[in-house]
Structures are given as C-alpha cells and as structure tokens.
Design a protein around this ligand. Structure first.
Ligand code: ASP
Length: 444
C-alpha cells in the first residue's frame, strides 16, 4: 500500500487531536487527563526540535559558507535577504492596516463585552507577564540590538536557544575565518561540520516520524486550555480580519514564488506544508526551524549556501504574520477603547510593527509582548494597556498559531527568491530516514 504523504498524516493527527480535545472538555476529568497524560508527548516533540536547532544552524551555516567559492556572494545574499525581508514585512503590515480600517472590528464591540473581557483578563498572569516583559525590552538604546548580537562567550551563546542571532554571528565569523585559512588547512573542520550536518538532518527525519502523534497531543492540549467560547465569539470579527490578512499573505507568497522563481506555487505550498502544519501546532517558528530547513533544502532545492543563512535569520527577524497581527490588533484596541488614530499614527504603526517583528522572539505569544511597544509608540495611555491586551487575549493563542504559519512560509518564500537571484535554486534531493538502514541490519 502506498504510504500516506507526511502532510496528510500530520493533518489527520491534528484533526483527531482537536476532536479528542473537544470530547475531553465534556467530561470532568478530561482536562486533567489531557494535561497529565497527553500534552507531555507534544512537549517532548517540541523539545526535541529545539534540541537540534543550534547544532543544525551551526553545521549548516558553516557548510554553507565554506562551500562558497566567492566570498562576495555572501555579501550579496546577506543584503538581498535583509531587503526582501523588510519589503515583505511592510507589505504584511499594510495589508493588515488596510483591512482593519475597512472592517473596523473595534467599533462593533459593546461596552458590556469590554467590561467582561477586562474582568476576565486584565489581571490575568498571561497579560501582566507580557506587560512586564515589554517594559524590560523597551529600556534599551537604538543600537542595542547590534550590541546584543555579539556574544561575549561563544559557548554560553551556543547553549542558549534564545540567543539565535549570537549563534549566527559566531558561526558566520567562524565560517569566514575557515575560508581565509585556505581549503587544505580548514578541511578537518569542514569535514566534521559536513558530517554533523548530515547527522542532524537525519535526526530531523527521525523526529518527524513522530510528528502525526505529537501534533495530536499538542492540539488536544490547546483545545482543553482554550478560553470560554462566548468570549471567542465576541472577538470573531477581529480574529476574522487577522485571519483574512494572513490568508492574503499566502496569496502574496504564491504570486512572489510564481513570478520570481518560476516554480509552481502549489507545488511550493505542498512541499512546505509539513513545516506549516508544525508551525500551526507549535506556535513557534524557532521550534519549526529544523523542519523548515529540511523541507526547503531537500524538498524544494534551495542550496545550503542560501538556506543556511536566510532561514535561521528569518526565524528570528522576519515575522510577516506577527507584524500584520500587531497592526490589526493595535488599531482594533484603539477603536474599541475610543482612542483616535491619525494617519501619522498609522504610519508610526508600520514602522514600529516592522521593528517589533524583528525584535519578537520566535516563541509562542512573543508577538503580543511587542504589541505593547507598538501601542506605546502611538501614545496609547499606559494605564489602559492592560485593558487593551485583555481585549485580545482570549483569541491570542489561535491567532498565534495562524501567524506562525505565515512567519514560516514567508521565510521559505524569501529563501527561494534569494536562491533564484543568485543562481542557487536547484532540484529537490529528498533523503529518507531509512536510506542506509540496510547497511546496519543483520544480513539474512
Ligand atoms: N509565535 C510566533 C512565532 O514563533 C511569534 C508571535 O507572533 O508571537 O513566529
């Protein structure tokens, strides 16, 4: 029998997880059962992906750089990547702002709903934690992000998943220095990283064997811990605007892929879909990164010289879905609380949402922290921030899942465009987990 393709397996796992989650909310012991016995399986899966993220970034980036025959190419790739990332993010924010201004979802929210949401969430730990984190982030100077990019201790950086940009900085430094000592001298190190790269990609294949079960556990967990359905309903219009915006981004990416890379956009979506489904299930582009890299390199044919740089950088700084959401949420909150926005304020939102998405961590809920900074930039009263966040908190998790899909798809799209522009978009070269299994099995 032909094996069901991976994205179908994952999709079935997700659907069964949602159904199971709903069934469990109907019985008294259901919630506890899911969080004690089901959810941990999903957590282990996410942890495994995080476990291999740093070794994969290092091995693949060193390999990518040391394969470069011409170092000026790297500058080319770097500049193009950053420029295209900024451009796609501006498109995303603009789409969000146009939609929210047309649909005006904040106008229809009744006073009663605002009171209800405020009571439910303004003092919720989720909201207060986000406000606290935002205040920590904003007390830094304009060049702080550059300072933060340079690690003072390479090993400390390598041992911390939140320091992805430091790891990238150190690895590029290492790779370029390897090129400069000459091929012969660098060979042992290069061989080591080449082998490490193959091994870690194999780990991705092995972890992905469990993906359909893991997404079942993750989604069942999300369903049992989601908010009161009445509150979700009240926010339907706002959530609808965000989701519509995100959907338009998918259309935008397919056009970009078709026009700039001449590849079939539907083929692209099919090949990247396992990464999208994981982004949806985990709400974290960082956790999805190993799978995104594997799909883009092996299934789409982007050369490692490009993907090894573009994707890890993208996971940290390119968040089109997050910035679109920040634009919509900022305007929605202002509308609902009667805070008038001028055209200038909306332009400020474009700029700060761009910077905020660069600064958002690639983990669940990070976009909401930076939303606080967007709101502050337009002079939103500080004493109303908690109420503002309370208004959107109930639907934040489902929207986070959707925007993470866009964040990951955006990174993959840009990697294809950059690869095409420097002649590095080749043919897929798919490796299965059991390619060499025969060699280690007892001979019959
Ligand atoms: N969860 C998102 C990501 O990992 C970030 C966010 O929008 O909260 O890409």
């Amino acid at each position: 029998m032909r094996k069901l393709e991976l994205h179908w397996q994952i999709l079935i796992g997700m659907l069964l997880g949602i159904v199971f989650g709903f069934v469990m909310t109907q019985v008294d012991w259901g919630k506890g059962f899911v969080s004690d016995w089901i959810q941990p399986l999903g957590t282990i899966f996410v942890t495994l992906l995080k476990l291999i993220a740093i070794p994969l970034i290092i091995a693949s980036l060193v390999k990518g750089i040391s394969d470069l025959k011409d170092i000026s190419k790297f500058r080319n790739i770097g500049l193009r990547t950053i420029m295209i990332y900024v451009a796609t993010t501006v498109v995303a924010i603009t789409i969000g702002l146009v939609l929210v201004n047309i649909a005006q979802p904040g106008e229809g929210i009744s006073e009663e709903t605002i009171v209800k949401l405020t009571e439910a969430y303004a003092n919720d730990k989720g909201v207060t934690d986000k406000l606290e984190e935002a205040s920590k982030q904003k007390n830094s100077g304009p060049l702080q992000f550059l300072v933060d990019m340079v690690p003072e201790n390479a090993l400390a950086a390598l041992s911390n998943n939140t320091l992805m940009l430091q790891v990238i900085f150190f690895t590029i430094f290492l790779g370029i220095s390897m090129l400069l000592i000459g091929e012969e001298k660098a060979k042992p190190l290069k061989d080591f990283f080449d082998a490490l790269n193959d091994v870690v990609l194999k780990m991705v294949d092995l972890i992905m064997l469990t993906a359909p079960y893991a997404v079942f556990a993750l989604l069942a967990g999300v369903v049992v811990s989601s908010s009161d359905p009445d509150l979700l309903l009240a926010l339907l219009k706002y959530a609808g605007v965000v989701v519509l915006g995100l959907f338009l981004m998918i259309i935008f990416y397919t056009i970009v892929v078709g026009v700039f890379t001449k590849k079939n956009p539907f083929w692209f979506l099919k090949e990247i879909s396992p990464a999208q489904l994981l982004a949806f299930s985990t709400s974290s582009s960082a956790a999805t990164l190993p799978v995104t890299m594997e799909r883009v390199e092996e299934h789409i044919g982007v050369d490692k010289e490009v993907s090894s740089f573009v994707l890890p950088v993208g996971a940290t700084i390119n968040m089109d879905g997050t910035s679109l959401y920040q634009g919509v949420a900022a305007v929605f909150i202002s509308q609902a609380l009667g805070f008038d926005l001028t055209f200038g304020d909306q332009l400020t939102i474009v700029l700060t949402a761009l910077l905020a998405s660069i600064g958002s961590a690639a983990v669940p809920g990070a976009g909401m922290v930076m939303l606080v900074i967007v709101l502050e930039s337009i002079g939103f009263p500080a004493d109303k921030l908690a109420i503002g966040l309370a208004l959107i908190f109930a639907v934040d998790r489902p929207l986070d899942m959707c925007r993470t899909v866009i964040n990951v798809t955006g990174d993959a799209t840009v990697s294809m465009v950059v690869a095409k522009s420097v002649g590095k978009l080749g043919e897929p070269n798919i490796k299965e987990w059991d390619d060499h299994l025969d060699e280690i099995q007892p001979k019959k």
